[in-house]
Write a protein that binds this ligand. Sequence first.
Ligand code: SF4
Ligand code: SF4
Length: 660
Amino acid sequence: MRRIGVFVCWCGSNIAGTVDVEKVREAVKDMPGVVHSVDYQYMCSEVGQNYLKDAIKEKNLDRIVVASCSPRMHEATFRKAAESAGLNPYLVEIANIREHCSWVHKDKEVGTEKAISLTKAAIAKATLNEELVSGTTQVEKRALVIGGGIAGIQTALDIADAGYLVDIVEQTPSIGGKMAQIDKTFPTLDCSACILTPKMVDAAAHPNITLYTYSEIESVNGFVGNFNVAIKKKPRYVDMDKCTGCGVCIEKCPSKKGKSEFEEGLATRTAIYTPFAQSVPKVPVIDKEQCLKFKTGKCGICSAVCGTKAVKFDQEEEIVNQTYGAIVLATGFDLIKLDNFGEFHNEHPDVITGLEFERLTNAAGPTKGKFVKPSNGERPKKVVFVQCVGSRDKSERGKSYCSKICCMYTAKHAMLIKDKYPDTEVYVFYIDVRTPGKNFDEFHRRAVEEYGVHYIKGMVGKVMPEGEKLMVQAIDSLSGTPLEIDADMVVLASATQAKPDAVALKRKLNISSDLNNFFTEAHPKLKPVETASAGIYLAGACQGPKDIPETVAQASAAAAKAIILLSKKELTNNACVSNVNKNICSGCKACSKMCPYDAISIKMMDIYEHGKVIRKEVAEVNEALCQGCGGCTVSCRPGAIDLRGFTNKQIMAEVDAICL
Ligand code: SF4
Ligand code: SF4
């Protein structure tokens, strides 16, 4: 007979508010095998854990059931406590009576009834739990950072400084990301390039960092400590080893009419180009769609003028395979397209986005920092900013969330104009001004009080081009007064959004994302930079809208997590791995085809069956590779494959305990 101890946790009022914890304990205290039962306010606290440890020793318990929060939260805590009292950690079973009961039921009776059922099920399963022993795997001492903006650069520098090898994979021809496009940063108004470009140079020069720019993630296999990643290097048509970055090819290229992506379409670029003057690496790429040589077979001037013969029209895509112990995602964000916001007439050259504004005021931008109207090069005298364009917008065309950075960058833009041209009239239309960061509110107050920016609470209904003017029609929602402003320029703070390829990437990495396609953290408070997949971490705006200080802080946090992982000699494997009954196995390969970790191979073996040895193909599980997902167990038609710790018998015992 088992000697099972049941510990029912109140979780303060989190569980006890909706579940009658004493009733739960009463209901299970006489179940077969249960010899000890208690309920306590916080089982995860030191006192709670000591109750558990003492009871194991004093009552000679051989199985433990903790009815508490989700196993994702504290299974490891209770397993550790049991282990320290001499019990195999896999003899601990959790009944989730918080997320599955108290958090989803309002009615105490219903919640209590369900909690009793779940605790009974856990006791039934615990009765069948066996001691399990974990194996170990080696950790590859190399990290992959996907994305080369400020989040990726900071993460890579921190990991590299700790002595580990790091590869940065960046989609575009240069690292730097959105921060490279920005003029000044809030709330200090320091020059973005001055703080970013030295970091870009450091990343490129660091002996532990390898840059894969103009590259993408092709596939990811494997598991924590050993991710096998295929990186696709797109052809630059320029040999990176030979190119000196002299730029003569760019100067001589006759095809000059491409829209510069870096300048947000406010300037043109040649077919062979570097995105911006401080690009890292300073090696150009050829835009095949624009290049005359690719389009007509004629030209080839860049190749002719290149002193090192670096231009290679026959360069092909290359796949690099590499193994990594840890992966950090730092893929950043995009701004929404404004095609569905016709009322703002964004197609008008003088109706621009916040990012276009950054290029227009940037000393390295298309106007060399002169803030002029794109339509005619004249200085605008009246500028209207519209906040929340597509943010906090529950309609299909917008995003329901707050983009978080727009209130601050709009205040910054307004101040930058007033700083350069104090006689400019500047208006900001807002729903609310949200400035919760350090020194943020003071920054916004400066815009209003020191610079005299007119903040008007209200949404703009329409922007109508009229001659040289843009008539902005709005309502001051505090006074209810309709307003019309004859602006020279309108700047739209368009909503941020997840990168369009975030969904494809999450599938490759087997991680999750929220409704808006931002990657999801494992726990919003306790695991803000981890994903639910071990060894994969998040940095920056790929997780949700973020400003630069937050992004950098999160990047260093993700780096610290990766460093902790890489510093381990070996990792303890999950002991709950699958196991094949070779007598029942028919060798159909269904399990090996479905295993996402390639943990199952089919082998010819001698099997002892019905008194004789027969030779047949059977499935064999590599326990070091198996991650215990259980996919194979449901694909096996004869029921030959079982997951240790979650066997069919255990699961059926749980079902019986609930139903019978
Ligand atoms: S374990 Fe099951 S699914 Fe896998 S090969 Fe054998 S019979 Fe087929
Ligand atoms: S449980 Fe099965 S499908 Fe999942 S990793 Fe292990 S062998 Fe592969």
